[in-house]
Design a protein around this ligand. Structure first.
Ligand SMILES: CC(C)(COP(=O)(O)OP(=O)(O)OC[C@H]1O[C@@H](n2cnc3c(N)ncnc32)[C@H](O)[C@@H]1O)[C@@H](O)C(=O)NCCC(=O)NCCS
Ligand SMILES: Nc1ncnc2c1ncn2[C@@H]1O[C@H](COP(=O)(O)OP(=O)(O)OP(=O)(O)O)[C@@H](O)[C@H]1O
Length: 202
């Protein structure tokens, strides 16, 4: 398999800001949030299981998952979140494996908010953590998603605490500054990853 770089970070830390820039440099980005949507598309078995477990109230009239409804249920109740993860995570993992296997760029990115929590880091040869203080995570996520602070805090509480995430990093990208400061770090990161990928015995 192509040299795999896991990119993680809490909600709103700037994973997409980093991976969009790497994609623009020609690197294939496999995204767990995208895979999570693909495996619950209408007609997929995971959507039927979600309907059976959570009831018809989490399905919209057009047959798509009512994400806002399910979001409220699972982040209010850790037991329900675990049930949803039991349905989705094995399928997300299979989807990621198949997408990673078909990548042909010099290295491949696996972007995932739950890289460490869900064991997806077993795919990764190198782990990059995109890091900001929790106050910045909260502020940027609220500005982006129009969610209230209480919900964002509950989502953050369902993810690894910042010190534990940082303890698992091979490289840390500090995204507390401007997007220009991020650009500079990403250019350097790309050079480092090209070198590591080239050195890696495949
Ligand atoms: C609950 C759902 C329907 C809410 O959908 P919504 O469109 O509002 O959010 P989206 O999927 O874009 O996720 C937004 C962010 O929430 C966080 N998040 C999502 N699921 C989880 C989870 N199970 N635990 C902790 N944080 C999570 C991530 O930071 C993610 O980037 C959805 O997040 C979901 O199906 N989650 C379970 C699958 C999963 O774990 N996905 C994360 C990638 S592995
Ligand atoms: N350095 C920065 N300065 C200002 N805004 C930023 C910066 N980096 C990212 N943002 C903005 O913060 C928000 C969160 O960033 P982004 O969507 O990249 O995070 P993410 O880690 O991918 O989030 P999620 O886990 O929810 O998918 C976005 O609106 C993005 O445009």
């Amino acid at each position: 398999m192509t040299y795999c770089v896991g990119v993680t970070g809490g909600i709103g830390s700037g994973k997409s800001a980093v991976t969009d820039r790497l994609a623009a440099l020609g690197i294939t980005v496999v995204d767990a949030d995208v895979a999570a949507r693909e495996i619950v598309a209408p007609g997929q078995p995971a959507l039927d299981e979600i309907r059976e477990h959570f009831g018809p109230g989490v399905i919209q009239a057009d047959g798509n998952l009512d994400r806002a409804q399910l979001r409220k249920i699972v982040f209010e109740n850790p037991k329900q979140r675990k049930q949803l993860e039991a349905i989705t995570h094995p399928r997300i993992r299979d989807q990621l494996a198949s997408q990673l296997n078909s990548a042909t760029s010099p290295y491949v990115i696996l972007a995932s908010p739950l890289l460490l929590e869900s064991g997806q880091n077993s795919f990764a040869d190198h782990v990059v953590v995109v890091d900001v203080p929790e106050s910045v995570q909260l502020e940027r996520t609220m500005a982006r998603d129009n969610n209230d602070a209480a919900l964002v805090e509950k989502i953050m509480a369902a993810q690894l605490p910042r010190p534990e995430r940082l303890a698992n990093a091979d490289t840390v990208i500090d995204n507390s500054g401007t997007l220009e400061a991020l650009d500079e770090q990403v250019v350097q990161l790309h050079q480092t990853l090209l070198r590591l990928a080239q050195q890696s015995p495949q």
